[in-house]
Design a protein around this ligand. Structure first.
Ligand code: FCB
Length: 445
């Protein structure tokens, strides 16, 4: 074997509630911003919604059997806040909680460690009506919901993730407007980003105060950022882009401050978010790990100004996945080494990595997704290289266990190790899932 991973390496796969559960108004679940947004005509590919998705809410037992067959050591899923609190706060909904108890108990019985994300973009609509993440109170309501989950599921869940990709929640949801709640205002986005970070800090503090025994961290979407050329302008633009995409979230959490370059820009333009004294200390709680989602790399070319559009991502001519994302496996190595260096040996869980391709079920009923297998092979090889060079990577979660609702792209982009026929809900393990099973068995490949 060429790549042997460290003993106890956590091999996993990931999903998110809105993308797989369906049952969108069952057992007392409240409406969330993705329910609302996906039902607005024109917002998603061919009007697709998560109403049914993979029907995982009813089929979780079958899905756990598949996880067992693949041999997953851990399963990362997210909790739908509006299932637990119909209106985001107030009286909890026992039936919603029961679902996650059944799920996590079954996972533990099956020898699969549950890793729960508290927020994967599905804010209860009632809280959006009160201003959503632009409203500072939402951070407190999130912390209350988090504490309730720690109390009710703490015995079943050893790994907690406060937020998934707050950069996307803030900027794609409130500036670019291509995710719920579909707002297009930069100031609102920046304020939302601050409150997302604040809510992370408050939840981690609650976890510590309650004396919980598991581990807690946050998941950020991170790309290595390279200047498109050696030109000074491109280098400056790349630095700015890095502050925007990576450091705007990683620095406050791990160092207790926003990056200085962008802070100065925002101040000059009167865009700085409102903050209270003590916010940065609260955001800067010790975390047990940093969750990293990485799919591609950013090559940045200066386009006449550093802001408002921080810089342009350019293509380098490499092969692309169905998302249009270029395949650059070395990027994940560079990213991991950079985090190891800049955040002093930080413990890392790769909480998402994977690829969308146009899969087909062949005449024998199989899905021969060699392109995905190849992607995973190459990226994992580079993860291994980073570990060999000292990066403290404890686990890897493939995105995704199942083909699912890929947000604005609806069901048109398949990321699963397992194929889902959305008409019949039949599941088929793809070739990549069989390969991944061998990787897990051998702890390498
Ligand atoms: C990430 C999201 C995840 C999925 C993948 C493809 O940004 O966290 O839900 O959409 O991208």
């Amino acid at each position: 074997m060429q790549y042997v991973f460290p003993k106890d390496f956590i091999w996993g796969a990931a999903t998110a509630a809105y993308q797989i559960e369906g049952a969108y108004r069952e057992d007392g679940k409240g409406e969330n911003i993705w329910d609302r947004y996906s039902h607005i005509p024109g917002r998603t590919f061919e009007g697709h919604t998560g109403d049914v998705a993979c029907d995982h809410y009813h089929r979780y037992e079958e899905d756990i059997r598949i996880m067992k067959e693949i041999g997953l050591k851990s399963y990362r899923f997210s909790i739908s806040w509006a299932r637990i609190f119909h209106d985001g706060k107030g009286t909890p909904n026992q039936k919603g909680l029961d679902f996650y108890r059944r799920l996590t108990e079954k996972l533990n019985e099956s020898g699969i460690k549950p890793a729960a994300t508290l927020y994967h973009w599905d804010l209860p609509q009632k809280l959006q009506d009160l201003g959503g993440w632009a409203n500072r109170d939402t951070a407190g309501w999130f912390a209350d919901y988090a504490a309730y989950m720690f109390e009710k599921l703490g015995d079943q869940v050893p790994i907690w993730i406060t937020h998934n990709e707050p950069w996307v929640a803030a900027f794609v949801g409130h500036w670019i407007g291509r995710h719920a709640p579909g707002i297009t205002d930069f100031r609102t986005a920046l304020q939302a980003a601050h409150h997302l970070l604040l809510s992370h800090g408050q939840a981690v503090r609650a976890y510590r105060d309650m004396g919980c025994s598991g581990e807690i961290g946050i998941t950020l979407n991170m790309n290595p950022v390279y200047p498109a050329s050696e030109k000074e302008d491109d280098k400056a633009a790349a630095g700015m882009y890095d502050e925007y995409l990576n450091r705007w979230f990683a620095d406050p959490v791990l160092k207790g401050s926003y990056p200085a370059g962008l802070m100065a820009y925002f101040q000059e333009m009167g865009l700085l978010p409102e903050m209270d004294d003590g916010d940065m200390e609260l955001i800067h709680q010790p975390v047990d790990f940093l969750g990293v989602n990485n799919y591609y790399s950013s090559f940045i070319k200066y386009e006449g100004s550093l802001w408002p559009i921080p810089a342009a991502e350019t293509m380098t001519g490499r092969d692309r996945t169905q998302m249009g994302w270029e395949i650059y496996p070395e990027g994940i190595h560079d990213l991991l080494m950079r985090l190891h260096r800049d955040y002093e040996g930080v413990k890392i869980l790769i909480t998402e990595n994977g690829a969308a391709f146009n899969d087909i079920v062949n005449r024998e009923g199989n899905v021969e997704d060699d392109n995905r297998l190849d992607y995973l092979y190459r990226y994992l090889g580079q993860v291994h290289r980073a570990i060999s060079s000292g990066a403290d990577v404890r686990g890897y979660y493939a995105w995704s266990l199942l083909d699912n609702f890929e947000w604005g792209h609806g069901y048109s982009k398949r990321f699963g190790l397992v194929y889902v026929d959305f008409r019949t809900q039949q599941r088929i393990m793809k070739k990549s899932a069989h390969w991944y099973r061998d990787v897990i068995r051998n702890n390498g490949f």
